[in-house]
Each structure stands twice: as structure tokens, then as C-alpha cells.
Design a protein around this ligand. Structure first.
Ligand SMILES: [Zn+2]
Length: 113
């Protein structure tokens, strides 16, 4: 199945914190609430795949962050690119900071991208 069709087949449109509705992924999710999808031979974050198909490649070490603070949302205009530092600052600013381990995992993740 085409990746865009696959994304749109598992969507739930729901009211979010922004003026436009969130597109929630109703497929597989990881422990942090991020949706995952098989893409290019591995499991990739749905929000990342959404960015790639709608806007193009994500630079190495760069995160796809959420304006709407809804990890499971993959609406392209709710997403923005940030560095791991931006992402951590964003998490702290939004009260999503959950301690050292998450930052360490985030840093490790950025190394293999
Ligand atoms: Zn959203």
C-alpha cells in the first residue's frame, strides 16, 4: 500500500489544543504515545513519516516536534523541525520533562539518525 494511503487509513480527526483539528494515529504506538509505522524496512515515527511524505527528508540529528503537544498527531502543519536541544527545551516548557533517562534516550536516538 502507498505510504500516504496507509497513513490516511489509520487516522482519527480530533479536537486538539490548536485551532485546527489533530490527526491522531490509531495504529501501533510506543510507550511514549508516539505512533509507529513500517517504513523503509523499519519502524518509523508516524509524525516523521508524515513530515517526509509531505515536506521532504529530515536532516540528520533533527527531530520532528509537535506544536500541538500530541505525540500521536501527524498532521503536517502541527509539526516543526527542531534540534534535540530544542526538543528538550520544548518538553520542559510544556511540562513533559520526565527526567534524565528520557533525555539520554533522546540523545542516543539522535546519534543513529
Ligand atoms: Zn496536532
Amino acid at each position: 500500500m502507498d505510504i500516504r494511503a496507509k497513513l490516511l487509513s489509520l487516522i482519527q480527526v480530533a479536537e486538539g489544543p490548536l485551532s485546527t483539528d489533530c490527526w491522531l494515529w490509531i495504529g501501533a504506538r510506543n510507550n511514549w504515545g508516539y505512533g509507529y509505522i513500517g517504513y523503509s524496512g523499519w519502524s518509523e515515527g508516524v509524525h516523521r513519516v508524515s513530515w517526509i511524505v509531505s515536506r521532504g527528508p529530515i536532516p540528520n540529528g533533527i527531530y520532528v516536534c509537535h506544536h500541538c503537544d500530541t505525540p500521536n498527531c501527524f498532521r503536517p502543519d502541527h509539526l516543526f523541525l527542531g534540534t534535540p536541544q530544542d526538543n528538550v527545551a520544548d518538553m520542559i516548557a510544556k511540562g513533559r520533562y520526565r527526567g534524565v533517562q528520557q533525555i539520554r534516550l533522546a540523545a542516543e536516538r539522535s546519534h543513529d539518525r
